[in-house]
Design a protein around this ligand. Structure first.
Ligand SMILES: Cc1ncc(C[n+]2csc(CCOP(=O)(O)OP(=O)(O)O)c2C)c(N)n1
Length: 639
């Protein structure tokens, strides 16, 4: 910790504000070193955080949290804020790990985190709500929304922009523009921001602004100058930015790596009696050459060498990732079938859809962080006879629930949804765990809902979904498959047909996705200890459920065990119990899945599963206790 003499003096933002100018000037380097030190161990959002070091320092110099509130969009770039608000300790070294800090901001973690996030596009609306609460209470604190340029691809950001000027006079928006989403930012707003940056009139005004703000405290005259120039020239010299047309004063572009200038602009914004946006330019990965060179790779990184940036090469023998199997398979299917298209909401690499982009760029669409729009657009394509495939992480699909019901399923349109990161996203935590999709999809009419047990079955399900002619949802986990052999060409699976892996007696285990492997181990352990062989079912379809098989097993076994990677409420276990009840069948069902609580982040899936009793041993113990209880009541004893 001696490497960080200035940073270590800061226990809270007041300490920062007491630092002399020369120490403030040296602080960014220390913070960058500290971020690299910590993230090199376990990974994290390296590039976004290195890019906002000066911006975050300037914010904390100008504003006073927690009295003032910062709303960071996504909040993946909140590490500097954490370091300046009393979290520069061992928990920071363990960021995104068990007992370490969250990788995002969270109201539970600190009073300086005014609003938690993890999904994009929420900060303007949340900040506006806070401003309105302040106005109603007649308080005078400041609320600052800090949004990346990619947040402007989100519909909710635009909904908030439409609502700001008519709702409050005091609203400060910092547009942190680094031209990147995870991949290069896309769309008209991104082009527009670029125009603002390169517009010579804004450039001149920006220079004037700097001069005025340097000379005159508060810089009020600058605003007058801008307004007058616009009036006099009928906006020829100083074209109104889109923000000004929405009633939000635009200032910028501002050098986001110049602390002193930013503080002046923030001080000015504090005095403003109208909503204001400060367009700040930053560079993702600033101060770390490898990250500057490859912003996409360094948006989120695994562990790496702190000096060279080199990351541990992946074991060439490890099985392919589900996302890559999906991407390759889709690209191959799209070569054969010209009606197949692929849509991503700003996650071309993460979803594996970049394989389609490389092979058939004309049928690949990145719509920005706009899941709702992506689904509606897919519905439109399907209505015109195309076979769109939407690749959206389970957690982000939550955004698109209404178009799923109202546009895709109600009209029974053949859109295939591929939901990566179903189940836990362990280091990211509750904002990213994909544990709700079975519950929210299963209840929608016309939806086909399935999960493969391995990567080969994923190929078959993709083919089945696209060929089904109806809305199809395929969920699969983050990371590597099992390493099974992939067939050359996928085959269709009979819709609604489960796979019986072993036929036994007494106990029938119904498992889904990665839990099929756990079910195999459970079956082995049980049969080694008791005198029965379990039946083992790879459920495959949660909807339609294989009810015929369920009835058969319910009438030929003593109890059913269900294993799923979803919240128990409304998931596979619920589906099974509902079907049993509908068929007047009474058989004990032991269900294992996620409980009715938000699962925190952790170091690994195994660690979190153990904590929640979903590891192999806990499941076995639970089932054994259940069997033992039954043994004690003679009329229900197991043979
Ligand atoms: C609804 C939603 N979709 C996708 C993501 C995945 N995601 C995380 S950060 C990010 C890009 C953010 O870009 P920007 O806001 O410009 O911030 P930067 O990282 O460039 O600082 C994306 C797409 C998300 N967090 N939320």
């Amino acid at each position: 910790m001696d490497d960080f003499p200035i940073l270590n003096k800061i226990q809270n933002p007041q300490d920062l504000r007491k630092l002399p100018p020369d120490e403030i000037a040296s602080l960014p380097q220390e913070i960058r070193d500290r971020i690299i030190q910590a993230t090199s161990q376990n990974g994290g959002h390296v590039g976004p955080n290195l890019g906002v070091v000066e911006l975050t320092i300037a914010l904390h110099l100008a504003f006073e949290t927690p009295k003032d509130s910062f709303c960071w969009d996504v909040s993946h770039q909140g590490y500097v804020h954490k370091l300046l608000t009393g979290r520069n300790d061992g928990r920071f070294d363990g960021i995104r790990q068990e007992n370490g800090l969250s990788g995002f901001l969270s109201r539970e973690e600190s009073p300086h985190d005014a609003f938690g996030a993890g999904h994009a596009g929420t900060c303007l609306s949340a900040a506006l709500g806070m401003c309105m609460a302040r106005d109603l209470k007649k308080d005078n604190n400041h609320v600052v929304a800090i949004a990346g340029d990619a947040a402007f691809t989100c519909g909710i950001t635009l909904e908030a922009l439409n609502n700001i000027a008519c709702s409050t006079k005091k609203f400060i928006l910092v547009l942190n523009d680094n031209e990147w989403s995870i991949a290069k930012n896309v769309g008209a707003f991104s082009r527009y921001f670029n125009e603002l940056i390169t517009n010579p009139v804004y450039d001149r005004l920006h220079k004037d602004a700097q001069t005025f703000l340097t000379k005159i405290p508060g810089g009020r005259s600058f605003m007058k100058l801008v307004s007058k120039a616009k009036r006099d020239t009928k906006e020829l010299l100083a074209p109104s930015s889109i923000f000004e047309k929405l009633g939000i004063r635009y200032l910028g572009p501002i050098d986001g790596h110049d602390v002193e200038t930013m503080v002046r602009f923030f001080e000015f914004a504090k005095d403003s009696d109208e909503p204001i946006v400060l367009h700040v330019l930053t560079r993702k990965g600033k101060g770390f050459p490898v990250a500057l060179k490859e912003p996409e790779k360094w948006h989120g990184s695994g562990p790496f060498d702190a000096k060279t940036g080199e990351s541990k090469p992946e074991n060439p023998d490890s099985p392919p990732k589900y996302q890559d199997v999906f991407g390759q398979c889709l690209a191959a299917l799209a070569v054969k079938d010209k009606s197949i298209t692929g849509i991503t909401a700003a996650m071309p690499a993460g979803t594996g859809l970049d394989a389609l982009e490389k092979k058939i760029p004309d049928r690949f669409y990145d719509v920005g962080i706009a899941e709702e729009h992506a689904v509606l657009m897919a519905a439109g394509m399907a209505a015109q006879g195309l076979k769109p495939v939407c690749a959206i992480y389970s957690t982000f699909l939550q955004r698109a629930y209404d178009p799923i019901i109202h546009d895709v399923c109600l009209q029974n349109l053949p859109v295939t949804f591929c939901l990566d990161r179903a189940g836990l996203s362990p280091n990211d935590g509750p904002t990213h765990h994909g544990v709700f999709d079975l519950s929210f999809l299963r209840c929608v009419p016309n939806a086909l809902v399935m999960q493969p047990k391995d990567e080969d079955e994923l190929q078959d399900m993709l083919f089945t979904g696209i060929s089904s002619g109806q809305p199809a949802f395929i969920r699969y986990p983050r990371g590597n498959g099992l390493g099974v052999t992939l067939k050359k060409s996928p085959e269709t699976i009979e819709i609604g047909k489960a796979e019986v892996i072993t036929q036994g007696e007494t106990c029938s285990i119904w498992a889904l996705g990665p839990f099929v492997e756990n079910a195999k181990k459970l079956a082995e352990k049980l049969s080694a200890k008791y005198n029965f062989e379990c039946s083992l079912v790879n459920v495959r379809f949660v909807k339609p459920l294989d009810v015929d098989l369920l009835i058969k097993h319910a009438t030929s076994h003593d109890f059913i065990v269900v294993l799923e990677d979803n919240v128990m409420m409304g998931g596979l276990g619920s589906a099974i119990m509902e079907s049993l009840q509908a068929n007047d069948l009474q058989i004990p069902v032991k269900s294992f899945g996620w409980p009715d609580t938000f699962i925190p982040h952790g170091s690994s899936i195994n660690e979190i599963r153990t904590k929640y009793g979903l590891d192999d041993q806990s499941i076995l113990t639970f089932v054994e206790n259940f069997i033992n209880k039954r043994q004690k009541s003679p009329e229900r004893a197991i043979a």
